[in-house]
Design a binder for this molecule. Structure first.
Ligand SMILES: [Cu+2]
Length: 116
């Protein structure tokens, strides 16, 4: 069995508080892209009830028409416009488990967020 050098453990200890404050990787943190051709990607998420969710969407295109805004009914009810270069941040803590649709402002499904 390989031993983990002590400095590696020290680095991991230092990195832990950094990763939580930058909120990029880790449970409940998601970085999402958007293009007109492929809509949001990824579009399926799994989170835990009672744990904070942080979703960042970085649109590469400006959406138009029906799918020009995004929301997650029941979790994020304010439709956000998808505008090229304009980051969208959604933060919430789901209290009820279930499969929540990710939609446009009028409810057309574009993805799903599973709360376990
Ligand atoms: Cu629509």
């Amino acid at each position: 069995m390989k031993r983990i050098p002590l400095f590696t453990i020290a680095l991991m200890t230092l990195a832990a508080p950094l990763s939580s404050s930058f909120a990029v990787a880790g449970a409940g943190n998601f970085s999402v892209g958007y293009t007109k051709a492929h809509d949001i990607s990824p579009n399926t998420f799994t989170v835990k009830k009672g744990e904070k969710v942080h979703i960042e969407i970085n649109p590469s295109d400006t959406a138009t028409g029906c799918m020009s805004e995004i929301m997650i009914p029941g979790l994020w009810d304010r439709p956000q416009p998808l505008v090229k270069g304009k980051k969208i941040v959604m933060e919430f803590t789901p209290q009820k488990s279930g499969a929540y649709k990710i939609t446009c402002a009028m409810g057309v499904k574009r993805g799903v967020l599973n709360v376990q």
